[in-house]
Design a protein around this ligand. Structure first.
Ligand SMILES: [Zn+2]
Length: 374
């Protein structure tokens, strides 16, 4: 670690100087200071960092570790991840950042690399995670790289290819019957009753430090300019909040001059943020193909709402039919992605329709997961 471990709860302000997975008050913890801590309306935490972007960012051999001065770890558990392509998508009048170009086929490798690096630094020998698939595969793979045992709690209905991606790197899938919430509850029971370290993409602050590198890479690829808006899938907010922290850090450092608007794309029927912003009707309909974001109670809901407020962002929910159409349109143009990630370009069309995004706005959409696991 760059300094002694210090965690802080932004809900009740309690601090901890040894690892614990959540605050006694029940809220998620963040690093107490540093560029990718959890504080909104951020000020400070960047004093020790360079005032200009590092020249080394263009060294593709370093991948996301080009930004390691912004990360809370010294260890690098790495498979060469990061620096994903940023490509034109003229049919969408946007640019796509191909976040499925990762060792396990999803952006979750950003978080898994940093989370397992922290686990290695802390001397952890066994991690657990609960996941609908992608985060589980990422944690399992980076645990294998680190030589750490992993158990991944998954819905009994998990896609066979996602289960195999967990099993074949030596991790143990633990299938749980019931809802996605039941899977998390079973995993939390294991954390509370045993000695396993919770490598959770929703709870672990190191995971968000990792996903913050999405914003750093994107701005570096755009010669240190921020787009007008970024549209991301929004379940637990793993990428949404990471992007927010990354952009905020770059803005505080003066490497970019403003934050992009952060626009979330949720699945109809599982849209707590859209409901909080627009009322119950905002989640009408259903969407069972976007299996990666079927989250009814995001752990960091308050942080997501604060990020939306600070960036003049928004969140809307998309029905299954719109996502299926969008997935097929992506396939036809060579983007072989999983259905969940089609939610974001579908939302971009809806945001334009509603006038939230102007037609000349400069928009980036991350494509978050590969079709190869579906
Ligand atoms: Zn607290």
């Amino acid at each position: 670690m760059h300094s002694a471990l210090a965690l802080r709860c932004f809900a009740c302000d309690r601090t901890y100087d040894e690892w614990t997975w959540r605050c006694d008050c029940g809220a998620p913890l963040n690093f107490a200071s540093g560029p990718t801590d959890g504080e909104t309306n951020h000020s400070g935490g960047t004093d020790s960092l360079p005032s200009a972007p590092p020249e080394s960012w263009a060294d593709t051999t370093a991948g996301l570790w080009s930004f390691d001065s912004l990360l809370p770890v010294d260890a690098h558990v790495t498979l060469g991840e990061g620096l994903t392509p940023l490509v034109d998508a003229p049919a969408w009048d946007a640019a796509f950042k191909l976040e499925y170009v990762f060792p396990t086929g999803s952006f979750k490798d950003r978080g898994a690399a940093v989370t397992l690096s922290l686990a290695a630094e802390l001397g952890v020998d066994r991690v657990v995670e609960d996941s609908s698939g992608n985060a589980g595969a990422a944690i399992a793979t980076y645990a294998a790289r680190a030589g750490i045992d992993a158990e991944i709690y998954v819905p009994a209905s998990v896609k066979p290819a996602k289960r195999r991606a967990i099993e074949q790197v030596g991790a143990t899938p633990v299938p749980i019957e019931g809802s996605r919430e039941d899977v998390t509850a079973a995993c939390v029971d294991a954390v509370e009753s045993g000695d396993a370290w919770y490598a959770s993409h929703a709870w672990n602050p190191a995971f968000l430090s990792g996903t913050a590198t999405f914003a750093c890479e994107l701005c570096a690829q755009r010669n240190w300019t921020a787009p007008d808006a970024v549209v991301t899938p929004l379940g637990h907010g793993t990428l949404f909040l990471g992007a927010y922290r990354g952009f905020r850090t770059l803005r505080d450092l003066g490497w970019i001059d403003r934050l992009p608007r952060l626009l979330g794309a949720q699945a109809a029927g599982y849209a707590p943020i859209a409901v909080a912003l627009h009322g119950d009707d905002a989640a009408d309909g259903d969407n069972d193909i976007a299996d990666g974001i079927q989250i009814r109670e995001p752990v960091r809901k308050n942080e997501i709402l604060a990020a939306i407020e600070e960036t003049d962002g928004d969140a809307i929910a998309l029905p299954e039919s719109a996502v299926e159409r969008e997935r097929d349109a992506l396939y036809e143009r060579g983007f072989y992605v999983e259905p969940t990630c089609a939610v974001a370009p579908a939302a971009l069309a809806e945001y334009r329709e509603r006038g939230v995004v102007a037609h000349d706005d400069d928009v980036v959409v991350p494509l978050t997961g590969s079709g190869l696991k579906t």
